[in-house]
Design a protein around this ligand. Structure first.
Ligand code: AMP
Length: 193
């Protein structure tokens, strides 16, 4: 199987984390979640981690410069070059999308697909209120959803223009959604040959 190179978008509460694990299992890319990388830094208690925590607690975005640097370093590691990648939580802003394009061009590679795992604002809000995690205060949820609409959703058109955007319905059982995702990824691999 040749390496897959994917970006996945989805609102908080869309089931993206679970489906990323399924995609890794099925297609073997390295899962690169900028949220997970930041949470790891927070857990390590570094100075950077403490600053990141404040930003994350407020539901704001960490600066483009920092995130772009973290992703650039990760994408250059041999496991990613060999097995491909599944970018999760990045890009989130136009500046990050530009940086990603430049990185891929430099590495003489390209994305196979940008997936929008689509679950409506109503459904994700309902899911998050029910699961009640510590970082899911009603204000935090509303702030993150609104940032997503403002900053991230406008990026879809960039990938649509490249002909690689796939909208996948994220409403359904875990297996149903995993099957829909596997279908679009398999299709993209067929088109690559
Ligand atoms: P996530 O787990 O992807 O929802 O990320 C959790 C938090 O980490 C976000 O609310 C942001 O504060 C921060 N974060 C994650 N990815 C990025 C990114 N690409 N750009 C800026 N901030 C990010």
């Amino acid at each position: 199987m040749s390496p897959v190179r994917l970006v996945i978008f989805g609102r908080q509460g869309s089931g993206k984390g679970t489906q990323c694990a399924r995609l890794v299992e099925a297609f073997g890319p390295v899962h690169i979640s900028t949220g997970d990388m930041l949470r790891a830094a927070v857990a390590e208690g570094t100075e950077f981690g403490r600053r990141a925590q404040k930003v994350m607690d407020a539901g704001d975005l960490v600066s483009d410069e920092i995130i772009n640097g973290i992703v650039a370093e990760r994408l250059a590691l041999p496991d990613v070059v060999q097995n491909g990648f599944l970018l999760d939580g990045f890009p989130r802003t136009p500046a990050q999308a530009t940086a990603l394009n430049a990185l891929l061009e430099e590495a003489e590679t390209s994305l196979d697909l940008a997936i929008n795992l689509d679950v409506s604002i109503e459904v994700v809000t309902e899911r998050m209120v029910t699961r009640g995690r510590a970082d899911d205060s009603p204000e935090g949820i509303a702030q993150r959803l609104s940032l997503y609409e403002q900053e991230t959703a406008p990026l879809f058109s960039l990938f649509a223009d490249q002909g690689i955007l796939k909208i996948v319905d994220g409403d359904g059982t875990e297996d149903e959604v995993a099957a829909r995702l596997a279908h679009v990824v398999t299709e993209s691999q067929g088109n690559k040959q």
